[in-house]
Write a new protein. Structure first.
Length: 410
């Protein structure tokens, strides 16, 4: 007679079930830890790859090698052995007077994250992969780019050149947006030497004068700086309503509110580097010598500097930083007003003068000597003035500041 008690006894089955259940509980609970480790690995690898592609795109050449080296320097021990690949592309575009070259570097990295508990369920290591895309833009200004932009799109005589005006700018262009009738007038006794004088309108008047390199019906360029310039703080006045008569006057950056009179016609005025905000009035300048390197003049409203008799100025914009190349500019959206420069002995001005709301008039003997000047105005009148100009950035193609706007895009 067979003994069947063993087969009928359920106590061993319970032990077996508990044992199998314990394995499942440990594997599932520990699996969460495996997933957590994989998530941490992904986060660390993404951060390392982001830094790598940013480094690579800044390198311009050998981008993949630079990115790979940066990745290896930034990774923790746990990421040793991660596979990497990099690919780059370059796209060109242009707007106004500048050309833009956008460089894109795409990087991928992957690594197996080991599992410890999920292996109990027969699951192997977890493959972790990340991707980063970085871009950088290089801006180049070609030879012969406009030195002067006249923006009035429809006004008559947006550019008026009268007798005695002499402008020598063989590497520059002047662009006049007006389609008025006439868009420009050139009177006898004036001399203009531009690489190109581009007038969008087809109606101009030339009164017994030859205007070399004049092109009418030309696609004149618009304002390339609109919406791109910084706004200095101007809410708190640093100085208010003063008269300066000393032989030597040393000025410091700040917010100048109200009217300031420079009364000494033989004074030397020295400007410390920085930003000079002019608001609720203006500066009335009666001669003297102005000197300043790394200076910026900002008109917070329709305020102005009124240059009168005998001024001689040697002023240059900052060569780096937030206000790089900004010599003189104004707030956006101002009502149209006049800006007059009278009877200057000599002016050496370096940088951008951005006055898109102003009708700029240069009167008797208003001289400007500059090999690096860009002027943006609403309208322009030249009366018996002598200019010698070259474009900002020199006469040959040059990158303005190298790679800019380096950023992650994915």
């Amino acid at each position: 007679m067979k003994n069947t008690s063993f087969w009928r006894d359920k106590r061993g089955n319970v032990a077996m079930i508990y044992g199998l259940a314990a394995v499942l509980v440990i594997a599932s609970g520990g699996g969460a830890l495996d997933l957590f480790n994989a998530s941490n690995l992904r986060h660390n690898m993404q951060a390392a790859l982001d830094a790598a592609v940013l480094t690579g795109v800044r390198a311009s050449s050998q981008m993949g090698t630079s990115a790979s080296n940066a990745f290896k320097q930034n990774v923790a021990d746990e990421l040793d052995g991660a596979s990497q690949s990099y690919g780059s592309s370059v796209a060109s575009s242009s707007a106004s007077s500048s050309s833009y070259v956008t460089t894109t570097l795409t990087g991928t990295a992957s690594l197996d994250s080991p599992t410890y508990f999920m292996k109990l369920l027969g699951l192997g290591d977890l493959r972790v992969s990340v991707k980063s895309v970085a871009q950088g833009t290089t801006v180049t200004t070609p030879s012969g780019a406009p030195c002067i932009y006249v923006l009035d799109p429809s006004g008559s005589q947006a550019l008026l050149v009268n007798s005695g005006a002499n402008v020598q700018a063989p590497t520059c262009e002047i662009h006049v947006k007006s389609t008025g009738n006439p868009a420009a007038i050139f009177n006898s006794g004036s001399t203009l030497n531009f690489k190109k004088l581009c007038v969008q309108g087809t109606n101009v008047i030339k009164n017994s004068v030859t205007v070399p390199n004049l092109v009418t019906g030309c696609a004149a360029l618009g304002d390339p700086y609109a919406g791109t310039l910084p706004t200095p703080a101007s809410s708190t006045c640093t100085f208010s309503n003063q008269n300066y008569s000393a032989a030597t006057q040393n000025l410091t950056p700040g917010v100048y509110c109200g009217w300031f009179n420079f009364n000494n016609s033989s004074a030397t005025v020295n400007f410390a580097p920085g930003v000079y905000v002019i608001k609720n009035g203006g500066w009335n300048v009666n001669g003297g010598t102005w000197k300043g390197t790394g200076v910026t003049f900002y008109y917070a409203d329709t305020s102005k500097i009124q240059f009168n008799t005998g001024i001689s100025a040697d002023l240059s914009a900052p060569s780096s930083g937030t206000y790089k190349d900004l010599l003189m500019y104004e707030a956006s959206g101002l009502s149209k007003t006049q800006f007059v420069l009278n009877d200057s002995v000599a002016n050496k001005l370096t940088g951008l003068i951005w006055l898109p709301s102003r009708e700029l008039t240069l009167n008797a003997k208003s001289g400007v000597q500059s090999d690096a000047l860009t002027l943006v105005v609403w309208r322009l009148i030249l009366n018996n003035t002598t200019w010698n100009l070259g474009p900002m950035g020199g006469s040959s193609s040059a990158a303005s500041g190298g790679m800019k706007n380096v950023r992650l895009v994915k």
